[in-house]
Ligand binder design. Structure first.
Ligand code: DX5
Ligand code: ZN
Length: 223
């Protein structure tokens, strides 16, 4: 099942609530929230208090992407703020298995994000413990960067790993997803598509999301 996750990183932060409402009405399936700490990535955004204020604005699932050095210290805060999916980066977690267990215990779906240079092999022994794998198709930290072509092969291999494993694990792609490449990325095996500048950079959010979904439907009809 294909899903669009509008990333508010490219929204107008002076009216964040209105922007979340707008993409909800425009047909986004999830709301993607990028948490950055200025250490793990060279940028700063927001944390649980801001996410909590957005929670009453929409009933869409909150897909929280933690780009912070010490996520273990904050997992409970994101559950309290209303996160439904909580994704952590494999690169900074020596005890990834335990972190995923805690996310689950707190009632959220655990996800693991991999930077472009991180191999899929880090997932091998946690496949039973995650509900989502996020393939970063840019180096994390900023919106509106170009899609890294090598991501396509990584997505294909991940789809094979998941099929062989047998559990229903979402493949989310983050970075550089636009109307122009969404079908190619879907054909490679992704099923959740984060898009920030690809949606918020357009004047008509609804027309943009509809066109993305039309392209996804064509891929679905051909498979
Ligand atoms: C980047 C963030 C992305 C970002 C994607 O580090 O994780 O979620 O919003 O932005 P676009 O879609 O503009 O590449
Ligand atoms: Zn993200």
């Amino acid at each position: 099942m294909f899903k669009i996750a509008a990333s508010v990183l490219s929204a107008d932060f002076s009216k964040l609530g209105e922007e979340v409402c707008a993409v909800t009405e425009a047909g986004s399936d999830w709301i993607h929230l990028d948490v950055m700490d200025g250490h793990f990535v060279p940028n700063l955004t927001f944390g649980p208090p801001v996410i909590k204020t957005l929670r009453p604005v929409t009933s869409l699932p909150f897909d929280v992407h933690l780009m912070i050095d010490n996520p273990d210290d904050y997992i409970g805060h994101y559950a309290d703020a209303g996160a439904d999916w909580l994704t952590v980066h494999a690169e900074i977690l020596p005890h990834l298995h335990r972190t995923l267990q805690v996310i689950k215990e707190k009632g959220m779906h655990p996800g693991v994000s991999l930077n472009p240079s991180t191999p899929l092999s880090v997932l091998e022994y946690v496949m039973d413990d995650l509900d989502l794998v996020m393939i970063m198709c840019v180096n994390p930290g900023f919106g509106n960067q170009s899609f890294i072509p090598a991501s396509l092969e990584k997505i294909r291999r991940l789809r094979e790993m998941i099929t062989a494993h047998g559990r229903d694990i979402q493949i989310e792609v983050d970075g550089g997803i636009k109307i122009s490449n969404i079908a190619t990325v879907a054909e490679a095996g992704a099923n959740v598509f984060v898009s920030g500048s690809g949606i918020f950079g357009q004047l008509d959010y609804q027309a943009t999301i509809e066109l993305m979904k039309t392209k996804l439907k064509a891929v679905q009809d051909n498979t």
